[in-house]
Every structure is written in structure tokens, then in C-alpha cells.
Design a protein around this ligand. Structure first.
Ligand code: SF4
Length: 367
């Protein structure tokens, strides 16, 4: 089976107060050194994995658009030229406040088919609280510019449970998403992670009540499904046929290679990752072993993030035997009514179930 290729671009203009992704401040000299190392590392991996095909490429970050279109094109071409690329999905994450006039034509030349735009909220006050620079108008302009360059598969990000957000203000973001000509939406609940600025000031943060956040989650799905999107994963909706093929590889527990500081990989049953340090990467530090992966437990945990859920057919294909009856019996318990959909061949969470997915999943598969 073909693998997914993830490439991490760890540059951002500043640090958003909620973010725990690995990134460093944009710096021209460092970007040049990084891109040169990245291209060399792509070549080395392609030699090592000469017998594997790559069917999706995903450039994420950080803010990939911070390095500009010419560097991005160089990286994408290196990936396409070195690996045996057989797919048709190449995604790049973009920050709409970066120079879309320069970047998008370069991405089109490189054969990029899909972009993911960071918006988080269409409400100025909420975006400001999240430290986001792009305005709703910047997002609109980026969408238009992408279409001018024939890139029509466009995803937007939305965050829920953010400071100053209410069910009413969420309406404004949902209206924006409904009227934007896009194919995919990722929506995340804010979580306060250690090491972020929000974590340091968490006692002063005024966040919506948990009950309201749950309502926001359900409302987001309900409203967007009414306008042609379909939820396919706990945090993702797409128009039919526009589900992210790259991310589906993660949730189907398929193989992927991640290159760049903090990037994780799963290849030949092994997990490994690069340290979160750009200088170590540039100096040639190799990834750290993270043990074996891909057992049934892990597979089931990932599958249950999808609305299609854990499917017997897929399990048989992968593990050579059906889902244990004990798991079906647990799933049929009265307390999971309304939270799980169970039939003879599959177990899947409902939107209400997704809100308490961790506890349900661990009860189903770890008992
Ligand atoms: S949220 Fe995005 S733009 Fe902000 S610091 Fe994190 S990676 Fe950079």
C-alpha cells in the first residue's frame, strides 16, 4: 500500500498563545539552511524507501507560507522528483495573512491540488484573542486567489470554545463558512496545553462553559451538514469526495513518513519522530525510535474517530480475524444508547458520542 508524506515547515511570524506545535520565528538565513537540509533529507529517504509509493503529500507547520512560494515549490518538486509519487493530493497549509499573490502561482506550478487555510474564527474579537493576524477579508481574498490559480480544493479551520465565543458569535463563523466556496472544514475545540501562553494565564482566561462548548460542537455539525458538508471524522467535515486523503491515512492507521523537526512517522510497524529542534535537524540528527505501532488497540482507537467507525471488513482484511464479540457486547450496553451506533458489522460514535469519545473508546477496547 502507498504511504503518505508529511513535511514540517517550522516557521511562524510569532507564537499564537494557544499553540503547542513546534515552530521558531521566521528568519531568512535559517529558512535557507532549513530548506537545503530538508531537500537533502527528502533525497535520502527516497533512496531508502525506493520500493514504496507515495500517494499524498502534506506540507504543514508552523506556517508553510512564511517561507514563500519559491522555497515551497523547491520542496514539493524535491518530493515529487525523488519519491515514486503516484497520487493526486498535494496539500499545503497557508496563513491567509502571508503573501498569497506570490505564493499561490508558485504552488499551482508545483502541482498543489489542495490548500488548508487557517482562519479559526470569522469574528475579529475572537481571532484577536487567539493572536491570529489574518482577517475574514484576507481569507476571502486567499480563496479567490487560489481559484484564479485553479486550486479549488480548499479547507478552512474553525476553532470552538475560544475566549469571547458564544453560541451567537459562532453563528457568524458558520455563516462565513457556509457562504465561502470551499470543500472541507476542520473544526477543533480549544484545549489548553502546557507550555503555551494560555496555559500560563489559564486562571485569567474567560472561556465559554463546557456545556456551551458541547452545544457549539453539535451546532457546528448540524448547521454545516445542512449546507452540503458531511462529518467524516470527529473534527472534520467535507463535501462528498473531498475528504482529506492524507489525513485518512492516519485514521486508517496506514503508513506515513514525516520529515522535519517534531514530525512523526509510522513505517513497517515502527513509530519514530524527529526531535523538536531545528538545529538538530539541520545538523543531520536522525529520528528517535518510538516503539512499535499499528496493533489492534491503536487501530481501533483511530478508526473510532471516523464516522464510519470500526468496521469488521477492514479489521478482517488487516488482522485476519473479526472484531472480538466482547467489543460488540460492550458497545450494545444501555449506557451507550445515543452515543454509539452498532450493527452486525460496525461500531461507530454518534456526534454526541464524539463529545465523550475518550472514555467510550477506552471502555470499549481497553477493558
Ligand atoms: S497556530 Fe499556526 S501560526 Fe500560530 S504559532 Fe501555531 S503553527 Fe504558528
Amino acid at each position: 500500500m502507498s504511504i503518505g508524506l508529511y513535511i514540517h515547515i517550522p516557521f511562524c511570524k510569532g507564537k499564537c498563545p494557544y499553540c503547542d506545535f513546534y515552530s521558531v520565528r521566521t528568519d531568512e538565513e535559517l529558512m535557507n539552511r532549513y530548506v537545503a537540509s530538508l531537500v537533502a533529507e527528502i533525497g535520502d529517504w527516497a533512496d531508502e524507501l525506493f520500493n514504496k509509493e507515495v500517494s499524498t503529500i502534506y506540507i504543514g507547520g508552523g506556517s508553510p507560507s512564511q517561507i514563500g512560494g519559491i522555497r515551497l515549490r523547491r520542496i514539493i518538486n524535491a518530493a515529487k522528483d525523488n519519491f515514486n509519487f503516484v497520487g493526486n493530493e498535494i496539500t499545503v497549509e497557508l496563513n491567509p495573512s502571508d503573501d498569497m499573490d506570490e505564493i499561490l502561482p508558485e504552488l499551482a506550478k508545483a502541482g498543489v491540488t489542495r490548500i488548508s487555510l487557517g482562519m479559526q474564527s470569522a469574528v475579529d474579537e475572537e481571532r484577536k484573542a487567539l493572536g491570529r493576524r489574518a482577517s475574514a477579508d484576507d481569507v476571502k481574498r486567499a480563496i479567490e486567489k487560489a481559484k484564479d490559480n485553479s486550486i479549488t480544493n480548499i479547507s478552512l479551520d474553525l476553532m470552538i470554545g475560544v475566549p469571547k465565543q458564544s453560541l451567537e458569535s459562532l453563528e457568524q463563523s458558520l455563516d462565513f463558512l457556509k457562504s465561502a466556496d470551499i470543500t472541507h472544514i476542520s473544526f477543533y475545540m480549544l484545549s489548553i496545553e502546557e507550555g503555551t501562553h494560555f496555559y500560563d494565564i489559564s486562571d485569567k482566561l474567560v472561556l465559554p462553559e463546557e456545556e456551551d462548548v458541547c452545544q457549539m460542537y453539535e451546532k457546528t455539525i448540524e448547521e454545516l451538514e445542512k449546507s452540503g458538508f458531511k462529518q467524516y471524522e470527529i473534527s472534520n467535515l467535507a463535501k462528498e469526495g473531498f475528504e482529506s486523503q492524507h489525513n485518512l491515512k492516519y485514521w486508517h492507521c496506514e503508513e506515513y513518513l514525516g520529515i522535519g523537526p517534531s514530525a512523526h512517522s509510522f513505517l513497517d510497524g515502527k513509530r519514530f519522530y524527529y526531535p523538536r529542534d531545528i538545529e538538530l535537524f539541520i545538523n543531520g540528527t536522525k529520528p528517535i525510535n518510538d516503539g512499535n505501532g499499528g496493533d489492534f488497540e491503536e487501530y481501533a482507537m483511530l478508526a473510532l474517530r471516523l464516522t464510519e467507525g470500526l468496521q469488521n471488513e477492514r479489521v478482517i482484511e488487516r488482522f485476519g480475524k473479526a472484531i472480538d464479540k466482547k467489543i460488540f457486547n460492550r458497545a450494545k450496553k444501555k449506557k451507550f444508547k445515543g452515543l454509539l451506533k452498532v450493527n452486525d458489522n460496525s461500531i461507530a460514535l454518534t456526534p454526541k458520542g464524539f463529545l465523550v469519545s475518550n472514555s467510550i473508546i477506552s471502555e470499549l477496547i481497553e477493558e
